[in-house]
Design a protein around this ligand. Structure first.
Ligand code: PGA
Length: 256
């Protein structure tokens, strides 16, 4: 498959935001806005407690539903506070974000735990969106390539390269998340190309089809130039995904 055939994905990571009423209004506006779109996929990732309601609101639309996290535990059991992949499938999720930098830095998730979550998602046919990205200190120390390589390879080693036939990677430089400071299209492209090379080294066919999203202060005003980069296949959007108008502008830039 040629790289032109990668179907763009615009994912909204709502994080810990919104109420039932606000979430419903947001989904209603997004549904109206994407009604005719056929050239990109829109995904929303609400907080866990709103997933069931969101699945209902999304019914009959082309929008997909995903979770912001997933337990690495399979099956059922005494794991207070955890949400399993089976439960996420049960309420209509198709995707699960794993290894978001906020989970890694604020909640201590290690590469190993992220890999276990990635495998847990795939075990129930949820598509994992594996987040990777360096901190400002790591970038300034010239360690971006080493950090991103370590994060990607922790998962290819654990899950196997074939697993990336049904996965998405999101490159999210930590210094660009929620800061209003976006990576330049060239900075982003450089790391996206690195990620694709890492996958190509193990399986060129899988690498050619793999969707790699950029995340970090994506908004309507900068989406077009980021999405124009050859290895950027969509966006993982935080702040701007809470504003239907801005999120739809990003989506339209991807659908062009
Ligand atoms: P942001 O968040 O768009 O608000 O920078 C992106 C993310 O954390 O996924």
């Amino acid at each position: 498959m040629s790289e032109d055939k990668r179907f763009p994905l615009i994912a909204g990571n709502w994080k810990m935001n919104g109420s039932l009423r606000e979430s419903s209004a947001l989904v209603t506006a997004l549904k109206a806005g994407v009604a005719r779109a056929r050239h990109a996929e829109m995904l929303v990732c609400p907080p866990f407690v709103y997933l069931t309601a969101a699945a209902d609101w999304l019914r009959g639309s082309s929008l997909s539903l995903g979770s912001q996290d997933i337990s690495e535990r399979a099956g059922t059991g005494a794991f207070t506070g955890e949400i399993s992949g089976t439960m996420l499938r049960d309420v209509g999720c198709a995707y699960a974000i794993v290894g978001h930098s906020e989970r890694r830095t604020l909640y201590g998730e290690t590469d190993e735990r992220v890999a276990a979550k990635f495998r847990a998602a795939q075990a129930v046919e949820l598509v994992p969106i594996l987040c990777v990205g360096e901190s400002l200190e790591e970038r300034e120390g010239g360690r971006t390539e080493a950090v991103v390589t370590r994060q990607v390879e922790a998962v290819t080693r654990s899950a196997g390269i074939e697993a990336f036939g049904k996965a998405v990677i999101a490159y999210e430089p930590i210094w660009a998340i929620g800061t209003g400071r976006t990576a330049t299209p060239e900075q982003a492209q450089e790391v996206h190309a690195l990620i694709r090379r890492l996958i190509t080294a193990q399986d060129a066919t899988i690498a050619a089809k793999l969707r790699i999203l950029y995340g970090g202060s994506v908004k309507g005003a900068n989406a077009r130039e980021l999405l124009a980069q050859r290895d950027i296949d969509g966006g993982l959007v935080g702040g701007a995904s809470l504003d239907a108008k801005d999120f739809l502008t990003i989506f339209e830039a991807a659908a062009e």
